[in-house]
Design a protein around this ligand. Sequence first.
Ligand SMILES: *Cc1c(COP(=O)(O)O)cnc(C)c1O
Length: 835
Amino acid sequence: MNEPVIEESNGIVEQLDQEMAIIKSFLEHLEYTLGKDKYSATKYDGFNALAYAVRDHLVERWLDTQQAYYNSDDKRVYYISMEFLMGRALGNSLINLGMYEDFKEAITSLGYDFEAILAEEQDAGLGNGGLGRLAACFLDSMATMSIPAYGYGIRYEYGIFRQHIVDGAQLEIPDNWLRYRNPWELDRQEHLHTVKFYGRVITTINSQGQLVREWVDTEDVMAMAYDTPIPGYQTHSVNTLRLWSAKSSREFDLKFFNEGNYIRAVEKKMQSETISKVLYPADNVIEGKELRFKQEYFLASATVHDVLYRFKKKHNDLKLLPDKVAIQLNDTHPALAIPELIRVLIDLNSLSFDEAWEITRKVFGYTNHTILPEALEQWPVWFFEQILPRHLQIIYDINDRFIKDIQARFPDDPERVARMSIVEEHWERKIRMAHLAIVGSHSVNGVAALHSEILKNELFRDFYEMYPERFNNKTNGITQRRWLKMSNPQLSGLIDEYIGDAWTRDLFELEKLRAVAGDPEFKERWKQVKRANKEALCTYILKHSGLVVDPDSMFDVQVKRIHEYKRQLLNVLHIITLFNRIKDNPQARVVPRTFIFAGKAAPSYSIAKLIIRLITAVAEVVNRDPDVAGRIKVVFLANYGVSLAEKIFPASDLSEQISTAGTEASGTGNMKFALNGALTIGTLDGANIEIMEEVGRDNIFIFGLTAAEVAELKNRGYNPKEYYNSNLELRRVLDMISSGFFSPGAPDLFHPITDSLLNLGDHYMLLADYASYVKCQEQVSELFLNQDEWTRRAILNSAGMGKFSSDRTIEEYAREIWGIKPLDIRPGAVELQRH
Ligand SMILES: *Cc1c(COP(=O)(O)O)cnc(C)c1O
């Protein structure tokens, strides 16, 4: 009986040693890395010292992992994305390392508030919304599954702007996130690639009598690598996110400085470094700017050179490239990598066009993220003529062959050729990047089942008829490590108590919650956790918007980018409807709700900014009205981003996923809500459909037209005025908005909104779905009165989220697109590999 006691005390000694080591490392970094002592250290110094202490733990594993990948020479995957919306790294790294509790105890014993230190970290906001956050979740899953993977992106000096709300309107503040140090990145001065722009192409004949193209008189910019470690969860693996920063080239310096005008030379130098200055802040819409075009090529070119450099360390036969390299394009933004790889293979490595073309197609996979026409990239041919003349030749060569293939398959169908051509021949000729990406890849995927069907049957129908084998679906997912374990520690702890913690690596384990969904004690605990999370959000709301909100009211939440297709406006119409019902009948029994909105609008998207203005204007009226007090409140939280999202999802009761059916490719916010036990009110759009399949039709609130019905109604001729004329409640709401009820000082303020609905065709069909939405919301209210049943369904939502782990998504990409076998990561399936 003595042995366990000895073991236990050994454990305690070990833990004390560990704690001492953490304290020592923390204090050493404070003193020697940052040059501070306990008197001069700021809270931010505390964060930095802690981050360095954690980074030390990552580096050894990182080097081991990279060495193991080099030695094994297995196929690697390169995930190229213009956006990585990472958020904070410290808490996540500690959780993935399994050191969260040890660090917390050690730092707390020094008298610090551990959580306050974590909150000092700035979000790495190198993305706009879902697309960038998906890339971040994928990095976590790939590292966790020990997949030899690299993220490649741009090290923007300014990330997504910070949003302030001033007088009810969005104000954009630059996000100069690198002003203070970034403790996670390591600059790799030696990993430099030259990226060429402008110039001209000359054709010569080499000694073997072959035509050789040379791209000359270019203006060159250097791409310098900065690496960030990406730790997997409960594994030794640490992968790499490599971000490129633009630096002026030495040649550049010499040429311009020798011209004798020093200041002008410095100006030119600065100009060349603007390429990586700023993230374009538009989500699901393109701006078509020359600087953005250069950014895309900068990322594509530097990455292709880096990939080939790494390949050539072990191999010299480029025909083996597809056996060793898979490149996944996160939308068309990095699709210039396709002509860039062909250029490098032909012009710099003397392969024939046919050889280069075959290799390229086997290497690339393309993920489509949207069918919205305003988001499909098309670059003017004259951009190419000026900036990438050699790539234009290559694209024309690709297109010539492609058009011959179309004509061979579909003779006498010139319209099909015009529809499919990579070159759009309108008055301004343009390169259709999606067509280039499809033709240049072996795989094209959508991001939810419905979306992938729409790609095959509508947007890319011609391509599907020609290359059916290329099309596939990869329903998006999210990492449960960040979106449950880290951001909702109380719910995680409760789940662990009842079903263990295997869900952190295999989210299907949550199915075991179904067995306790009816257990009164479990339900009670679940409710207490939700209530505590809501109280924490109340505190945040009070602090940041001065509003007192009731934690017992239903938290009805819509947080996501502000976009017409996401229909924040429909939500507002419902709020005004409830307001009117209360005003008409102040005694009416109304289920108390707090409507919570958050989201950024693209700075140039005026109607989206006006929607924010309307939400805040409605909030002003509603929150001040004594008849409404205690029933409904409206809150707009500024600066939606990863860190704010982490506070909101755990505190939500109702998840608003109300896009026009057929417009939201997948959504991932919907998954984060349901995972944290919110019920969804949604249309049959994107991944909502698959969420319904997993949680059961009885445990989700579905309303509105289906995608097929939307298309049919559009075809028949949709007339929003019919709905306006026949629905009194709706008409009253719209009249209030347009008559200035919510903007007495500026009665015309919201005319563009009511105009778009009534006179410009209501493109996203809010009026068609209004009645069904309001009715469905009545059912939501009814259920909320029965807290026991509500909680049971909330548990069943969490229990059904297994499919929506990004681990599942990545496993499918790896197996079906990349030809890479991940380790079987389920507990007990294998001994975790220790490299
Ligand atoms: C998940 C997430 C998104 C995507 O939300 P959707 O509702 O799917 O549009 C956008 N921004 C942030 C910060 C997120 O965490």
